[in-house]
Design a protein around this ligand. Structure first.
Ligand code: NAD
Length: 698
């Protein structure tokens, strides 16, 4: 269906209806239709008032993101002209808002004389989340209507408000239960009958006491929270312009700042991730309407760090959870942790005590597998030990009903081997959550060789239904995220031996935008798990490949990170602040000497390139092997699971931005200098030679 807007007569009121499913995005066709409908309604003397409304489930979700950076975006009619014509209309223009009015949708409503909203409607300017600012007059009109401080909060935060709050702050004139279009028609007719002029938002002024102080402190706060993002600060600048400049000049200022952002890498990266999330739901070979298995009751095996977080996330989503442990103490400990975590949300006012109790009641602890006989899905989160996992899966196979899905939260182990412990490998899959599992959105859905299509489809749907971002990945050591992480951590370790310090590596990567550098992250997650893994695989490690012993030496001293008070750094009692430790420096020097490495000054840029291109080279191999379906899936995994800055779009998008030719050249250089670990991925070389990108179609 093509985008349009049409004029529908309700006696003497003309309703202009946006129609561009699913969100009535303001695409070219809709703008053309709106312009024509506006002309017709204004020219027709028998129409006394105009109502703007949306067909389908909402008023309008905003601009058409797919149109950005294409010629269609610049093709007339421009929304800015449409808004001016509505404001100047001699007949009252009323927005009838239901569902949501977001971004450009709300900006249209702000150019109407009046706004009537259905109860429960969401209104907001979320552009900042895509690295943009409201470029359709939103930064100039909203402060004039609801006040500078409230507008700034809405524009910089991007959070929508509901209709009740919108009424309270003066964003809408009326909130109605029931048929909002009929109410708006009656409202418009009344305003026409009353005569006189109609209020125009742009004619008002936006002011605040002590503007210098207000904007200075706002800027400081926003800069701190934005962590490298440009858009929030540009939003502040535009709202400030609304208080200083006449309306038309403010609009010109907003337009100019919008253009800079829309052409910039950050908003392209954030829009890439927006589309990546939609793409991740599509799985070649599995029809979108494939029937899924109903999931109501879920079993969780283990009540440790992950089992606890997983149970919380399921209970948060309203599911009944049966949690199995080996001892009553382990169950009680898990329950205490859940209570404490939910309790913290209650203290912060984010959760009611009653809701917390309801969630806690949804998680039932047990020591008996019999209680798992009728669950629809089980997530296993016991120790990372193949023998233990196999035993758990054999038992699950024996007790769970036919058709129940048996999932493992393993970080790195072979899903197929786990599946072979059962007589139903088609029902076995990996559901790899990230810590803390009740907070982190990412869910790697690990497809085993035998996983049935409807088990995959159900797992993806289950992930979405429990507020996660499921990404389908293939079965290999570490899947997508941890496999890439290994390459990254490896290079970080080598850089230490070559001359960098943990603080320098962490600092360089944090300035690049990572939430946390690799050594701080290691200390937080605990170094013992990786150590155990290295000891397990030591015998099969190819001896000709470079290996840094630093991490092992640190673990041999019982330094497992924050939980033991020391790891890559040391920690004062009760503190989480990393302090550089001369002992670590000494171990690094010793290992470098033993390996015959002459230490040198390592530049921050090399730190970033070595670690980032290690991710990219591994990502390219993962793509070629089909472990990830698409480059954008790799980006989603890394941004949502590993603290990679969203505004860089993920490692593969970052490489695309740099240019694959340059990335390939550097990888070849590193290969020549640092040896086999850096064997260039053929996929990277092919794409670079063809001047293509990992993320095509961008
Ligand atoms: P944990 O040690 O905190 O918890 C494991 C729990 O499993 C313990 O409470 C233990 O009592 C219980 N358990 C052990 N054997 C059991 C059995 N046979 N039956 C029932 N319960 C049993 O470990 P964790 O960090 O929660 O890790 C669990 C799994 O999740 C591992 O496979 C790990 O690799 C994976 N994982 C961990 C993280 C992380 O950051 N910690 C992230 C993703 C995945």
């Amino acid at each position: 269906m093509t985008a349009t807007a049409r004029l529908i007569r309700h006696d003497d009121v003309g309703v202009i209806e946006f129609d561009n499913p699913p969100v009535n995005a303001l695409a070219l066709g809709l703008r053309v239709g709106l312009s024509a409908a506006l002309d017709a309604a204004l020219a027709d003397p028998s129409i006394v008032a105009i109502v703007l409304a949306g067909a389908g489930r909402m008023f309008c979700g905003g601009a058409d993101l797919r149109e950005f950076n294409t010629p269609a975006a610049a093709q007339p009619p421009a929304t800015t002209d449409l808004r001016t014509r509505m404001e100047r209309a001699p007949k009252p223009v009323v927005a009838a808002i239901h569902g949501s009015a977001l971004g450009g949708g709300l900006e249209m409503a702000l150019a109407c004389h009046y706004r009537v909203a259905a109860a429960g409607t969401q209104l907001g300017l979320p552009e900042v989340r895509r690295g943009l600012l409201p470029g359709g007059g939103g930064t100039q009109r909203l402060p004039r209507l609801v006040g500078v401080a409230t507008a700034l909060e809405m524009i910089v935060g991007g959070e929508p408000v509901d209709a009740a709050r919108a009424r309270a702050i003066g964003l809408v004139d009326e909130v109605v239960d029931g048929d909002v279009r009929a109410a708006a028609v009656a409202f418009a007719r009344g305003k026409a009958a009353a005569g006189g002029s109609h209020p125009v938002v742009s004619a008002r002024t936006a002011s605040i006491d002590e503007p210098e102080v207000f904007f200075k402190t706002s800027r400081e706060r926003v800069a701190k929270e934005a962590r490298g993002l440009e858009a929030p600060l540009e939003c502040v600048a535009c709202v400030e312009a609304a208080t200083r400049l006449p309306f038309e000049e403010g609009i010109a200022f907003e337009r100019a700042r919008f253009r800079v952002l829309v052409e910039g890498t950050q908003s392209k990266a954030l829009r890439h991730l927006f589309f990546a999330e939609r793409a991740a739901a599509r799985i070649p070979g599995i029809p979108e309407d494939l029937p899924t298995r109903p999931i109501r009751r879920v079993g969780v095996i283990g009540a440790g760090t992950m089992g606890g977080g997983i149970a919380m996330s399921l209970a948060n989503a309203g599911l009944e959870v049966v949690q199995l442990e080996t001892t009553r103490e382990a169950l009680d400990k898990g329950r205490t942790t859940m209570s404490r975590n939910w309790g913290a949300s209650v203290e912060k006012g984010r959760l009611s005590k009653a809701e917390m109790d309801a969630r806690l009641a949804r998680v039932r602890g047990t020591l008996s597998y019999d209680e798992l006989a009728d669950v629809d899905l089980v997530v296993e989160a016991v120790f990372e030990d193949m023998a233990v996992k196999k035993q758990v899966f054999a038992t699950l196979d024996a007790v769970c009903r036919p058709g129940a899905i048996l999932a493992s939260n393993t970080s790195r182990l072979d899903i197929d081997e786990i599946a072979r412990a059962t007589k139903r490998p088609q029902d076995v899959i990996g559901l790899h959550y990230f810590s803390p599992a009740n907070v982190m959105r990412l869910l790697e859905v690990v497809r085993g060789a035998a996983s049935a299509p409807d088990v995959i489809a159900t797992s993806m749907a289950f992930g979405r239904a429990t507020a996660k971002l499921p990404v389908l990945v293939g079965n290999c050591e570490g899947f997508v995220g941890n496999r890439m992480l290994s390459a990254y951590v490896r290079e970080a370790g080598f850089l230490l031996e070559e001359g960098a310090s943990p603080a320098q590596v962490d600092g360089a990567l944090q300035r690049f935008g990572l939430a946390m550098g690799p050594f701080r992250m290691g200390d937080l997650a605990g170094l013992d798990i990786g150590w155990a893994g290295r000891k397990r695989t030591a015998a099969t490690r190819p001896k000709h490949l470079r290996y840094s012993k630093v991490a092992d030496r640190i673990c041999e001293l019982g330094r497992f990170g924050q939980k033991t008070g020391a790891g890559w750094y040391r920690y004062e009692a009760g503190s989480r602040t990393p302090v550089s430790d001369p002992l670590v420096e000494q171990i690094v020097r010793q290992c470098a000497d033993e390996a015959g490495i002459v230490r040198r000054t390592v530049a921050d840029q090399e730190i970033v390139e070595r670690t980032m291109y290690a991710l990219v080279n591994e990502g390219a191999k993962i793509l070629a092997e089909g472990i990830a379906l698409r480059a954008s899936d790799v980006d989603l995994v890394y941004v949502n699971g590993y603290g990679f800055p969203a505004w860089r779009g993920g490692p593969m998008f970052h490489a695309d931005t740099i240019g694959l030719r340059e990335v390939a050249d550097r990888v070849r250089e590193f290969h020549a200098k640092h040896g086999e670990w850096w064997t260039p991925a053929p996929r990277l070389l092919e794409l670079a030679a063809a001047e293509r990108r990992f993320n095509q179609g961008e």
